[in-house]
Write a protein that binds this ligand. Structure first.
Ligand code: AMP
Length: 301
């Protein structure tokens, strides 16, 4: 079933307002504290003050045009921090929650780095995501951002017939977005070849660990070329993720975007979303929203 388009846009976690809207509605959020941690932070290299627009970030014009058409007026803090080092090919650890614009923060650079001209059959970038929903959502975002470059994007996840995925891989793709189990399945079948890969992204790495994908991740990361860029995004940074980062990344830039803290005496802002659906579709729509948002707790009334 398809839901009607939300009246207001919502993020996956349902816990943060749309970044652009946040800028317009509350100038405080434009100053969300930014922190680059660790000895390798490249703050000195980045002209953060000057990077007020996507064009300032030196993205390919095809990407800047698409972003303008999508109405993205300025980069969010994570985009401003992450895009320059990612374009340079640096490894990166980003600690940022959903709703900060992190998808574009990794998607735009990997599209920017796609080879010019004939890109061949095998993917240049692989994005790993914990769930089918996130894989689909990320692949749709990458498809949108990469439209001007003619990027071929494929989502691969379990619970879906494998034949269409095999056919699409056979035809040729630039970016594969998938859940670790299905990606490993394709690797084992030989239908996914990673020898042209220049970037691998782990989105919501903590969730992937929590869902028991540690072995699959290890197997996939061991199968990708050693000379690749490894990008890791995680809302939290437990020791097992830090260990994996040490093993598979080289000299990563570290970026942490703090969640906005409500000033003393003020309630935290809450994003509100309305879906217009037929009365008969209400239970199914609610089930779908709960499935997508996956809240730890919810009140339904
Ligand atoms: P994410 O945190 O990646 O899930 O993104 C949250 C939402 O913000 C998505 O709906 C994006 O389309 C939107 N978004 C991301 N970056 C920008 C931007 N620079 N300007 C406006 N909207 C954005």
């Amino acid at each position: 079933m398809r839901l009607a388009a939300p009246v207001t846009r919502c993020d996956r976690g349902g816990n943060a307002i749309h970044p652009a809207a946040a800028y317009r509605e509350d100038p405080r959020s434009a100053r969300t504290p930014l922190r680059q941690n660790g000895a390798m932070s490249s703050e000195a290299d980045l002209d953060l003050e000057g990077a007020a627009s996507f064009a300032d970030l030196a993205l390919r014009p095809e990407l800047v045009e698409v972003l303008a058409a999508l109405g993205y007026e300025e980069p969010t803090p994570i985009q401003r921090e992450a895009i320059p080092p990612l374009i340079e090919g640096r490894d990166l650890i980003g600690q940022a929650a959903t709703g900060t614009g992190k998808t574009a923060a990794f998607a735009l650079p990997l599209l920017h780095r796609l080879p010019e001209g004939d890109r061949g059959r095998h993917p240049s970038a692989l994005v790993l995501a914990p769930t089918r929903e996130l894989a689909v959502q990320v692949s749709e975002a990458v498809t949108r951002y990469g439209a001007g470059l003619g990027a071929r994007v494929l989502a691969v996840y379990g619970g879906q017939p494998i034949t269409p995925q095999l056919k699409a891989l056979q035809k040729g793709v630039d970016v594969v977005v998938g859940t670790p189990g299905r990606v490993l399945d394709h690797l084992n079948r030989g239908s996914l070849k990673l020898d042209q890969l220049t970037t691998v992204v782990l989105d919501e790495a903590d969730e992937m660990f929590d869902m028991g994908f540690a072995e699959e991740l290890e197997a996939i990361l061991s199968a990708v070329p050693t000379e690749r860029q490894t990008v890791l995004f995680s809302a939290t940074m437990p020791p097992k993720i830090a260990r994996m980062a040490r093993k598979h990344q080289q000299d990563p830039v570290r970026i942490q975007i703090e969640r906005e803290v409500a000033p003393a005496g003020e309630a935290p802002r809450v994003s509100q979303t309305a879906h217009l659906v037929m009365r008969a579709d209400k239970p199914a729509a609610l089930a779908r929203v709960l499935d997508m948002q996956a809240p730890t707790e919810a009140i339904v009334f």
